[in-house]
Design a protein around this ligand. Structure first.
Ligand SMILES: NC(=O)c1ccc[n+]([C@@H]2O[C@H](COP(=O)([O-])OP(=O)(O)OC[C@H]3O[C@@H](n4cnc5c(N)ncnc54)[C@H](OP(=O)(O)O)[C@@H]3O)[C@@H](O)[C@H]2O)c1
Length: 291
């Protein structure tokens, strides 16, 4: 029997990346929804949507991801990243569905000097991170089957992201200032989408159903400065990149200085091979050329 899979956030980077490869997994009957069909800021809409529909898997890619805006307008971030997640966790439990929820490196404060493991203490330093953490915690209170996957520095050929911004600015300007004292690991959304399908298949094969948290990003570590330099090198763009400090680029929301995620658990638990960030960046740039 085909497993019925719901993906929220169908117009977001990850939602579109999942849709792009979904035909490679014909064992799943995929339903993709955007805010027009399932508005996560309206709890009544969520109730009504699931009243008539049941799923074997719910993949929650939707989130209020406007990190800076969330500082001055927290209500919507609380509703989408926390309360709606809590509601979906209850629905997943009632429907006996597997919930795959995407979370963030921003649950950590960035003071570590070695990659964060799943059990490291959480301590978000901005409102977005706080709401994402509350979302995670609500899932653990309700205990549906499934997993929380924390990722970082997501980019893709879709939507707005650092890679696309750099490509645009790099062509317009001769010089760019980019922060070098925030360090992390970029994640190509296409790689995360594939990892989600691979993990799901193993879930159904081996019955790995207890709720767990995993970290996923591409391999390797860089600063935003290194990331920008590499984007330009691989794209043959001649724009000078000046390394600057976070204090010279003030934003409403604070960002962690160090947010590298340790991926040992997901690599070993699911036998995943994770690509090096520069290789995945080259893949994404290649995809962008086709558009
Ligand atoms: N981007 C990153 O660097 C990053 C880093 C770490 C973790 N994450 C997490 O990874 C996941 C995927 O991120 P992403 O980059 O793919 O995000 P994204 O491109 O910003 O997409 C988020 C999606 O959520 C939808 N959404 C927002 N509010 C909604 C609402 N009220 N009702 C229904 N849908 C709503 C948006 O719909 P519209 O298209 O209609 O606006 C959008 O399609 C999220 O959980 C995010 O927190 C992202």
């Amino acid at each position: 029997m085909l497993k019925r899979v719901l993906v929220t956030g169908k117009n977001g980077q990850l939602g579109l990346s999942i849709a792009k490869i979904a035909q490679d997994y014909p064992q799943y009957d995929m339903t993709f929804v955007g805010r027009d069909q399932l508005d996560l800021s309206q709890s009544q809409t969520i109730i009504e949507y699931f009243q008539s529909k049941t799923f074997n898997v719910i993949i929650n890619c939707a989130a209020h991801t406007a990190v800076d805006k969330a500082e001055s307008d927290p209500e919507i971030a609380i509703q989408v990243n926390y309360l709606a997640v809590k509601q979906m966790a209850k629905i997943a439990k009632d429907q006996n569905a597997i919930l795959i929820h995407i979370s963030t490196d921003y649950v950590f404060n960035g003071k570590n000097h070695k990659p964060y493991v799943e059990t490291d203490p959480v301590d978000p330093i901005n409102l977005y991170g706080q709401t994402k953490l509350k979302g995670e915690q609500s899932i653990y209170i309700i205990q549906p089957k499934g997993m929380v996957i924390r990722t970082s520095w997501l980019y893709s050929e879709f939507g707005d992201n650092f890679v696309k911004t750099m490509l645009r600015l790099g062509k317009e300007r001769e010089n760019l200032d980019v922060i070098y004292d925030q360090v992390g690991s970029p994640t190509f959304a296409g790689d995360l989408a594939k990892a989600i399908f691979d993990m799901l298949s193993r879930h159904f094969q081996f019955g790995k159903e207890s709720l767990q948290t995993f970290h996923f990003s591409n391999e390797g570590i860089c600063s935003w400065y290194d990331f920008a330099k590499t984007i330009f090198e691989l794209s043959n763009i001649h724009c000078r990149v000046n390394p600057i400090e976070t204090k010279d680029y003030p934003t409403p929301a604070k960002r962690p200085h160090y947010s590298v995620l340790n991926k040992l658990k997901i690599r070993q638990g699911y036998m995943l091979e994770i690509s090096y960030w520069k290789d995945s960046l080259a893949t994404c740039l290649n995809e962008l050329e086709k558009i």
